[in-house]
Design a binder for this molecule. Structure first.
Ligand SMILES: Nc1ncnc2c1ncn2[C@@H]1O[C@H](COP(=O)(O)OP(=O)(O)OP(=O)(O)O)[C@@H](O)[C@H]1O
Length: 390
């Protein structure tokens, strides 16, 4: 192609303007469908994306800290213990934990244990008839200590292998019923929860600004009357999970205290308040009776009058409460607003696609509409040849 012609066609390309042709179809049915689709998409954008999902806001997730203090006393008068008063320093183990606390509700206590030799418990499967049944030095996860190799009398008619262990061994196998510390139902817990949404530089705590020191001394959380009091009665927490405190106290369990902060920071800060819910987190299925509840052992050590190291072993049953804080805050921002509106406008094109499909494939007069919508053009070379023949 000569250079001059090439230059001309480039000039034509630069200086020409093309635009898609719009076909206006005057069909009431299709027009109605088009408007309906547009209406549905518009309601979706305004109702769901912008209003319900707050598509005009930027969101930040929560950062929080939790401080817990339990109070209450329980008076126990049992045959094994005699009279004893328990306060929070006795039944909260350990005294401080991160976002959780354990309240002992039942226990098996073995006092005055010292290191020495004693017969193994028959329940541990070390029954014997002679020393040859007991392997000296054997350590088994189910034994209470190290086997000495001797077979000794446990009680009349029963012989077991001797062990080097903390003696006397813990012999009580069944937990006390009713629970020794069933009075824990009336204990109260103060939960101090400080939260922050770093992106918006917004901080708040669950002891709300309108709560006074005197109110805090007396209030107890109640879902309808005192929904923002940060002091909870343990019995009320367990009741809201659908369980009975005295049943749970026997063998223990795990309860979740969920604190939800969903804050709309376009509104007043006083509307950003916590919502509390409670859930049983361990398996509560009564049919699954293998290894239910929650227990562990710990000991208190001291020296007896003879100067020998002695301990009191406690198998503690109780309820572990886990505090979980979650939530998010939203605030108006122009960028998410533009993205939500832009994607909504793009969706409006769906109406055209749908109506095109109806017109071109489903309607009786689809061939007529096809002819009107598309302009059919022959291959350029063939078009020229045909013109020459004429
Ligand atoms: N578990 C709880 N049940 C009921 N009230 C509580 C509990 N924990 C704390 N409080 C009360 O809430 C207020 C604030 O408690 P905070 O622990 O901040 O202060 P405190 O002076 O160290 O409390 P205290 O010495 O009474 O334990 C105090 O009046 C306190 O008595």
């Amino acid at each position: 192609m000569p250079l001059r012609e090439t230059c001309c066609s480039v000039c034509d390309f630069i200086l020409e303007y093309d635009t898609p042709r719009i076909v206006l179809i005057k069909n009431k049915k299709v027009g109605l469908i088009n408007r309906l689709v547009q209406l549905v998409i518009l309601s979706y954008i305004i109702g769901w994306v912008l209003i319900w999902r707050k598509g005009y806001q930027d969101f930040d997730s929560i950062v929080s800290s939790v401080i817990i203090k339990v109070k209450g006393v329980a008076f126990v008068n049992s045959s094994g213990f005699g009279e004893r008063l328990w306060d929070s320093a006795d039944y909260i183990i350990p005294p401080e934990q991160e976002s959780s606390f354990f309240v002992m509700t039942n226990l098996i206590r073995t006092e005055n244990q010292t290191q020495g030799h004693c017969p193994e418990l028959p329940k541990n499967g070390f029954n014997c008839t002679s020393d040859s049944n007991c392997t000296a030095g054997l350590i088994d996860p189910h034994s209470s200590g190290v086997l000495t190799g001797k077979c000794v009398t446990f009680n009349e008619g029963v012989k077991t292998c001797e062990v080097l262990a903390w003696c006397p061994l813990e012999s009580q196998t069944v937990f006390p019923n009713p629970a020794l510390l069933g009075g824990a139902e009336n204990f109260t817990v103060l939960i101090k929860n400080n939260i922050r949404f770093p992106q918006f530089n917004f901080s708040k705590r669950n002891i709300l600004p309108n709560i006074s020191a005197s109110y805090l001394k007396t209030c107890v959380f109640n879902r309808t009357k005192e929904p923002y009091c940060p002091i909870f009665r343990l019995g009320d927490i367990v009741r809201e999970t659908g369980d009975k405190f005295q049943e749970l106290a026997l063998q223990g369990g795990v309860i979740g205290i969920l604190i939800k902060w969903n804050c709309n920071l376009d509104r007043s800060a006083s509307e950003c308040v916590p919502q509390y819910t409670f859930q049983r987190l361990d398996n509560r299925n009564v049919d699954e009776t293998v290894s239910p509840g929650y227990n562990f052992r710990y000991a208190k050590y001291y020296e007896n009058s003879a100067g020998k190291e002695t301990r009191t072993l406690i198998k503690a049953y109780g309820i572990r409460f886990e505090v979980e804080v979650f939530g998010k805050a939203g605030k108006f921002n122009i960028i998410p607003t533009m993205i939500s509106i832009g994607s909504g406008i793009a969706l409006l094109g769906m109406g055209t696609v749908l109506c095109d499909m109806i017109i071109l494939h489903l309607l009786k007069k689809r061939n007529y509409y096809k002819e009107k919508k598309y302009k059919y053009v022959e291959d350029y070379e063939r078009g020229i040849d045909d013109a020459d023949d004429d």
